[in-house]
Design a protein around this ligand. Structure first.
Ligand code: PMP
Ligand code: GLU
Length: 422
């Protein structure tokens, strides 16, 4: 059926310069992207960078990105991979070597075995999440998201045409979804629960009992769970972690594990993430990826193999540093009157409520009424960059990433305290 396709102008002996535009040229944006806002975390970081580029010293706590450079042995592996000619396309869903490394690491840590055909390697865990949602959801479907949630969850659900069903969790519950809340949110349109443990932005680390209760609901009601475990290696004393897929065979069948190298190995820029999922879904996501992006970066894949199979001391060393920063942050937050938070058990964020400070003069006398304006005033007056809780579905809160060194944290908290008590 070529009849509806216009023939190119040169076929008719005309040149394009003879075509007269009927009206001034416009590019129509699709309804999907018209609604799409930029990632608030990335936008907040960009705003801080813009201020820095004007020569202003900014205390930057926006991005959830380890400040450490990727460990030496992993960087070395990438250099060797390039020299050995690993510079070509790989299979769209990742090399067999990396799939096996992912499978082996997961088995070592959880005791649960997957086949490499159940592993799909993508361009970062964000891309993995996009793959899962695109492969499983569409208009008319519902996806349950406990709030506060990572900014991209709701946006990525909406991109598929499905509806995010936001379920608020409370500071008192440690920002954890209860089994009762999960059960209540389920309808016959529910396709998925998106669970992030430990959680960005709250740092909430679920207890194993809490996870088991959610798993019982998932199995009884037959609801698949996307378990985003990207912060699984960042668990602090007093908290525990168990992969959702390791809660039982029936649970594993309903679970899509999302993970990657960004946070644990300080490899954010390498863009490697993955899913462990049932074979059919993995195949469908691989088809999607083969059309959309082809394979993740070949050199990054070689580096990720070494990250997973190599020595793990680097992960433990970084955790020690994050632990010290967390202690420091919690100490400084405890000194500030009238803010509240649930102590983060994992990840590298402090998520605290600043609503007491709304409606009162701050910094250079500005009065703010919400967390977004609070962050703007804080950046403009005290040059401290945080991310508004509004972006995470939690009005009144702000997020501070402590993936930065103690000197920065000290200077930032001094400036924050000055802003709150002008
Ligand atoms: N999930 C969560 C909860 C995150 O915070 C991030 C951080 N960007 C990601 C997924 C995606 O990580 P990446 O794409 O860098 O692998
Ligand atoms: N996950 C990080 C954050 O929340 C990185 C930025 C992003 O991808 O949104 O800050």
């Amino acid at each position: 059926m070529r009849s509806r396709v216009s023939e190119p102008a040169h076929k008719f002996g005309r040149s394009f310069t003879h075509l007269r535009p009927q009206k001034s040229a416009t590019m129509q944006l699709s309804a999907t992207v018209k609604k799409l806002a930029p990632s608030a975390t990335i936008a907040a970081a960009a705003k801080a960078k813009e201020l820095k580029s004007k020569g202003i010293k900014v205390h930057e706590f926006t991005l959830g990105e380890p400040d450490f450079i990727t460990p030496e042995h992993i960087r070395q592996a990438a250099k060797e991979a390039m020299d050995a000619g690993h510079t070509h396309y790989t299979p769209s869903g990742g090399t067999l070597e990396l799939k096996k490394a992912v499978r082996d690491a997961f088995e070592r840590e959880t005791g649960v075995s997957y086949d490499p055909s159940q592993v799909l390697v993508s361009n970062g865990a964000k891309h993995s999440i996009h793959n899962v949602l695109t492969a499983m959801c569409g208009p008319g479907d519902e996806v349950i998201i406990p709030a506060p949630y990572w900014v991209s969850y709701s946006a990525l659900v909406e991109l598929t045409g499905a509806t995010p069903v936001i379920v608020d969790t409370s500071e008192e519950s440690g920002f954890c979804l209860s089994a009762e809340q999960f059960e209540e949110a389920i309808t016959d349109k529910t396709r998925l629960l998106m669970l992030n443990n430990p959680c960005n932005p709250t740092g909430a680390a679920y207890t194993i009992a809490g996870l088991e209760a959610l798993a019982r609901v998932a199995v009884n009601r037959g609801i698949p769970v996307l378990s985003d475990e990207i912060y699984d290696k960042l668990i602090y004393e007093g908290s525990e972690f168990k992969s959702f897929a390791s809660l039982g065979e029936d649970v594993a069948k309903l679970t899509i594990v999302v993970n990657g190298v960004s946070k644990a190995y300080a490899m954010t820029g390498w863009r490697i993430g993955w899913t462990l999922a049932p074979t059919d879904l993995t195949k469908a996501m691989d088809n999607l990826q083969s059309q959309e992006t082809s394979n993740p970066c070949s050199v990054s894949q070689c580096a990720a193999v070494v990250a997973l199979n190599g020595p793990q001391e680097c992960v433990a060393d970084m955790l020690v540093a994050f632990s010290k920063r967390r202690e420091y942050v919690l100490g400084r937050l405890a000194e500030i009157p009238n803010i509240s938070l649930a102590t983060p058990g994992g990840a590298f964020y402090a998520f605290f409520n600043v609503s007491h400070y709304f409606g009162k003069p701050l910094g250079s006398g500005k009065v703010v009424e919400n967390a977004s304006d609070f962050c703007t005033a804080l950046l403009e007056d005290a040059h401290v960059a945080l991310v508004t809780g509004d972006a995470f579905g939690a009005p009144g809160y702000v997020r501070l990433s402590f993936a930065t060194n103690l000197d920065n944290l000290k200077a930032g908290f001094d400036a924050l305290q000055g802003f709150l008590n002008p």
